[in-house]
Design a binder for this molecule. Structure first.
Ligand SMILES: [Fe+2]
Length: 407
């Protein structure tokens, strides 16, 4: 049925729903339905969900290719679909869910919570900060504020954290499970080379991300300076990798392309009994993209392995690119130096430190990106002021549970 004849049919008979193979076209013109006039297509999904465990209990391959609804009926809050007796079930799709998953045309709305605020050195005037009391409060509002800061800025400070391992661990666990690695669970280190890594020295460390030698680098990194006596130095360096990349893309697009295309092998081999390299070894560039959007920074010159997978011209191209990348990373406009310990999005913000003297004790933890995003998603559902859908404010169809748009 053409769109025009479909519209004519709807105007005459009310809402109409037409299936085409694995799609359903939903046409909504009826004034009784809380929607702007529109026609859109969604994937036809046989919805048979176990609400309590938020998983589907059918197997997609067992759905007959010619499956069609017996009846489709519009309701104030969504669409009710009755399936044939061979697979007897009634599905209900909230309007908000239908709009979120329509693809012809796509009607989904961008999530405000995922908007990133890029920053340079001027962020020192007002760095994102929450208090320890806020984060630890049982109402979770402070925790949401903390993770919202990290989502927007790629880092946040927490003020007033007691300088103990126990308090640092409790703070980390507010987000999720601590990720144990070959450095241990909660690290507690001094400049004693207890581990074969430059972090365990007094050396200055240039801006870098951690775990470039892992296939899945940690999502968050939490630092906490417990003590520093008999010396000075050891300032924290933060650089917004997405900010630097945005400048590079504007001014030197070919260099940006090189850093987005050429994979960089890395390794961690300082510990006896372990040699970590990402899998595949050469698969991950400095600037990793997803659907043309920058998704992750992976950069640690100290962990880089030999670039033996490139041609001679590519080697030259890559070295030229990293010279410029380094120049922008280390510019006064990019570098934010501070004497505080942050939590950092390791997929976006690079960290480093100045050299130091004296005795310095630092602790911290890695948290997986999935743990961080899970907690942030749950709290976004709980606190975000986003309406349930453009058409209705009915809380019953708010995007929670199985109708969360991620599911
Ligand atoms: Fe590091």
């Amino acid at each position: 049925m053409s769109e025009r004849s479909l519209l004519a049919s709807i105007q005459k008979n009310g809402p109409d729903f037409t299936t085409y193979g694995c799609e359903i076209t939903v046409a909504v013109l009826n004034a009784s339905i809380p929607s702007r006039s529109n026609v859109y297509t969604i994937p036809l999904m046989y919805v048979n969900v176990a609400i309590d465990i938020s998983v589907r209990t059918y197997r997609d391959p067992q759905i007959p290719p010619d499956l069609k609804p017996t009846k489709v009926e519009s309701k104030p809050d969504g669409l009710e679909v009755l399936w044939p007796t061979s697979l007897p079930h009634t599905s209900f799709y909230p309007w908000s869910w239908l709009r979120q998953h329509s693809y012809d045309p796509p009607l989904r709305q961008h999530e405000k919570s995922s908007e990133k605020i890029l920053w340079g050195s001027k962020i020192q005037q007002s760095p994102p900060t929450v208090s320890y009391e806020e984060v630890m409060a049982s109402d979770d509002k402070g925790l949401f504020k903390w993770l919202s800061n990290v989502d927007k800025f790629g880092f946040s400070f927490v003020s007033g954290v007691p300088v103990t391992l126990e308090a640092t661990e409790e703070l980390s666990m507010r987000i999720g499970l601590i990720r144990e690695t070959h450095y241990g669970k909660l690290w507690d280190f001094t400049a004693d080379l207890a581990k074969g890594d430059t972090a365990y020295t007094t050396l200055a460390l240039g801006a870098h991300t951690d775990n470039t030698y892992f296939t899945d680098p940690c999502g968050l990194q939490l630092f906490h300076l417990l003590s520093h006596t008999e010396g000075s130095g050891g300032s924290t360096l933060l650089v917004d990798g997405f900010y630097v990349a945005s400048i590079l893309k504007e001014l030197h697009p070919t260099v940006y392309d090189t850093l987005s295309r050429i994979g960089v092998p890395a390794h961690a081999a300082g510990e006896p009994g372990s040699i970590y390299t990402p899998t595949p070894r050469n698969a991950y560039p400095v600037l990793r993209h997803h659907q043309d959007e920058l998704a992750q920074i992976r950069w640690n010159n100290d962990d880089r392995s030999v670039m033996d997978h490139l041609s001679a011209s590519e080697v030259e191209e890559w070295y030229q690119a990293v010279r410029l990348w380094h120049k922008f990373l280390t510019s006064a406009d990019s570098e934010y130096w501070v004497q505080l310990s942050p939590v950092v999005d390791n997929h976006r913000v690079l960290h480093g430190r100045s050299a130091f003297t004296g005795k310095r004790r630092m602790c911290g933890a890695y948290i997986g990106v999935d743990e961080y995003r899970s907690k942030f998603t749950v709290l976004s559902e709980k606190f975000a002021s986003r309406p349930a859908s453009p058409e209705t404010s009915d809380a019953s169809v708010r995007e929670t549970g199985v109708w969360n748009h991620y599911l």
